[in-house]
Design a protein around this ligand. Structure first.
Ligand code: HEC
Ligand code: HEC
Length: 385
């Protein structure tokens, strides 16, 4: 961007942040909004390769990972697999929380694992920094699979797993140290999850067509006009739900009701990530001094309580129609409810921790705008390839 464009964009952002509707007379989309729209529909085909996982992208690993993802015997109770909470079309559950070993409930709503390998951070609070180390958390979480290295080693000793494991990692499961075994199982699961790609939605075609219409001076005639205008301008959704994944992959406090122990969001999870024996800078990473480890250093030096307290990761909106209920607490049952949530400027002050970001304000959407926004969200469902 030229300095002038940069200033114009900063100004637009500042005005937007204050919720001033001073540009509401201006024709939609203006030049900056057109750029924002252009950024939405160009998804990189395959997820970026994870240098910290030596079996990422290896077909044999993905196949083993598929079997393990569906294997209930990896849990101590013998009845819960990854698939138990990440199944169905939306690869999640249709209740606010999910059931783990012994009928226990998770604290939060399970995010989908569709397109998860495009993410930079994992979990609502970002307490995992790589897809493979994330997998260790549900495996060992007492309310989820309640497992450990001993249970996992016993299961991996099965003939159908044992030789595959050895072919990938050079040792048999029973020869491996516990933490190495757990993280290698995580790497195999991640190799499988990388294949769960569902992009290419009607939304992408609509945005392309709308851009062409806008360039021809006919934006208002396009059926996607009101939905996109509300998403980009009045609703400010694109401030956070941007780029091809419809997420900035950052954390924001948008004011979602929460009185659980994890209500502090990213701030509450920060220490455990930085000190975690399995993070991207740990000896279990296959690139412990690579860029992913570097990100942790940056996080450590730049962490600000004021910004991180009560902040949760912006979820991708791709396939969002398949993953109800919504938000980290699962409190919004439908997309209509989500739009109402934003329309009233989030949950009431005092019902969540920290300070709500300035971008979230009352929106005063008309019924037409609300409906157009919901239709837009529904158009983000990708086709199965
Ligand atoms: C009992 C239900 C349950 C089981 C079993 C379970 N998960 Fe999850 N999963 C969740 C919940 C709840 C979250 C969100 C937790 C949080 O953010 O605090 C989650 C988060 C995730 C995420 C992060 C997604 C994102 O966008 O950040 C991934 C990836 C994932 N699980 C994969 C797995 C894998 C792999 C397994 C098996 C080893 C598994 N899950 C087992 C409930 C479950
Ligand atoms: C300031 C950044 C920001 C803005 C602006 C924003 N969102 Fe979000 N969005 C988030 C975050 C963060 C979450 C998760 C919050 C949580 O669960 O605590 C979220 C959650 C959602 C979800 C739930 C997805 C799921 O899988 O549970 C939907 C749908 C959604 N936003 C749509 C919108 C729409 C529509 C707008 C505009 C009216 C909008 N967002 C504006 C950051 C933002």
């Amino acid at each position: 961007m030229t300095p002038y464009r940069l200033r114009a964009a900063a100004l637009a952002l500042a005005l937007g942040g204050l919720g001033l509707a001073c540009d509401s007379e201006e024709a939609f989309p203006n030049i900056d909004e057109l750029d924002q729209l252009r950024s939405l529909h160009t998804q990189t085909r395959t997820p970026p390769k994870d240098g910290t996982n030596r079996v990422d992208g290896v077909e044999r690993a993905a196949k083993l990972g598929d079997l393990l993802f569906h294997d209930e015997k990896l849990s101590r109770c013998g009845t819960v697999s990854c698939q138990s909470c990440h199944g169905g079309e939306g690869r999640t559950v249709d209740t606010p929380t999910a059931e783990g070993c012994g009928g226990q409930r998770t604290v939060r709503n399970p995010p989908t694992v569709l397109n998860v390998a495009y993410n930079r951070w994992f979990m609502w609070d970002g307490r995992a920094d790589r897809l493979w180390n994330q997998a260790v958390l549900p495996l060992t979480n007492p309310v989820e699979m309640n497992s450990d290295a001993t249970v996992v080693a016993a299961r991996l000793g099965a003939p159908e797993y044992r030789t595959e494991y050895q072919a990938l990692f050079g040792k048999f499961p029973e020869e491996e140290a516990g933490p190495t075994l757990l993280t290698n199982v995580g790497k195999v699961l991640a190799a499988y999850e990388r294949t769960l790609v569902r992009i290419d939605a009607p939304f992408d075609e609509d945005v392309k067509r709308f851009i062409a219409a806008a360039e021809a001076g006919k934006a208002e005639d396009d059926p996607a006009y009101l939905g996109l205008k509300t998403f980009v301008r009045k609703g400010q959704c694109v401030v956070c739900h941007k780029g091809p994944a419809l997420s900035d992959d950052l954390f924001h406090n948008i004011g979602v009701k929460d009185s659980s122990a994890g209500a502090g969001g990213q701030w509450a999870a920060l220490e455990s990530l930085l000190d975690w024996e399995f993070n991207a800078a740990s000896p279990y990473s296959d690139a412990p001094s690579g860029t992913d480890a570097g990100r942790l250093k940056t996080l450590r030096t730049q962490a600000k309580q004021e910004e991180m307290e009560g902040a949760f990761r912006t979820p991708s909106l791709r396939n969002v129609a398949l993953t109800a209920p919504y938000m980290h607490n699962g409190e919004q049952a439908t997309l209509e409810d989500v739009v109402d949530f934003y329309n009233k400027g989030g949950d009431p002050a005092g019902s969540f921790t920290g300070r709500r970001t300035d971008t979230i304000v009352k929106l005063d959407l008309s019924d037409e705008e609300k409906q157009a926004l919901v239709a837009l969200l529904k158009s983000m469902t990708g086709v199965v390839r």
